[in-house]
Design a protein around this ligand. Structure first.
Ligand code: FAD
Length: 239
């Protein structure tokens, strides 16, 4: 390691942490880059793109999803290169197509793997949860759940979206009721249901639309009421 080499720790290996690791690898000559990701299925994907559910589309067309700002059509080119692999999910590749979030997760993961396994790679991804960061003179000491300690020159937090807050209720028992579901971003939403319920969906934004798609694809036959302060659905893109 040269005198100028630094250890950079990125906490969170979702989309931002991964893009940061790839960008640092491309733009810095010799720094060591360590990414800590607590969820073994999340590196390169995070909450949004870590899904096996292929009906959840990106909310941005392919032309806006390149992870390389200097190559804006990189994602579209990647889709074209992989069009046979995704024929069933993306029958027609063009700049304005909205592809499945899973496919985008595959793209980011593949770019991460290229940077990790290419010659002279300086990126390591560790599956572990960072629990503690302390300052020691000019450096940081990072402690993890599995008792690893690493000293870093630079720490970057890419912790992502936190699970939505609960709706306040005086009746604390609702929080333990399996039919009160506060996190819409997991498949647990569907495992709690029989498919014939009356559902109140609090919120009318993109996550609510995702839940409705998830229910429809599973053949839900119950009744859904959506409710929000303004009652407005997401607007379509002006493409
Ligand atoms: C359901 C959903 C769908 C979305 N769809 C789109 C879309 O279609 N298009 C779009 O542009 N944006 C979308 N977004 C916005 C999306 O959040 C961002 O695009 C992007 O994924 C955010 O990246 P991030 O790295 O900040 O968070 P994430 O990708 O969620 O990554 C954060 C990571 O940090 C890890 N982590 C947290 N704490 C620790 C710790 N202490 N130690 C180790 N690891 C830790 C988590 O496990 C997680 O993997 C969506 C968001 C959600 C929630």
């Amino acid at each position: 390691m040269s005198d100028h080499s630094k250890t950079i720790v990125i906490v969170g290996g979702g989309l931002s942490g991964t893009c940061m690791a790839i960008a640092l690898h491309r733009t810095t000559p010799n720094h060591q880059i360590i990414v800590f990701e607590k969820n073994p299925e999340a590196p390169g994907r995070g909450i949004a793109y870590h899904t096996d559910f292929t009906h959840q589309p990106l909310n941005v067309p392919a032309q806006g999803m390149s992870i390389f700002p200097d190559q804006p059509d990189h994602f579209v080119q990647w889709l074209l290169k992989n069009r046979f692999r995704y024929k069933h999910l993306v029958p027609e590749v063009h700049a304005k197509v909205f592809v499945s979030r899973k496919v985008f997760g595959d793209y980011v993961t593949e770019e991460l793997e290229k940077s990790m396994h290419g010659s002279g790679s300086r990126i390591q991804v560790r599956i572990d949860q960072v629990c503690k960061i302390e300052k020691s003179e000019e450096r940081f000491i990072i402690g993890t759940e599995s008792q690893v300690q690493i000293t870093a020159d630079i720490v970057i937090l890419g912790l992502g979206n936190f699970v939505p807050a609960d709706i306040l209720s005086d009746d604390l028992s609702i929080y333990n009721d399996p039919k009160y579901i506060s996190n819409p971003w997991t498949d647990k939403v569907y495992s709690a249901l029989t498919g014939y319920e009356n559902i109140l969906l609090a919120g009318t934004g993109l996550s609510a639309v995702d839940v409705i798609l998830g229910l429809c694809v599973r053949g839900f036959e119950g009744h859904i009421t959506m409710c929000s302060r303004r009652g407005r659905l997401p607007l379509p893109h002006d493409l």
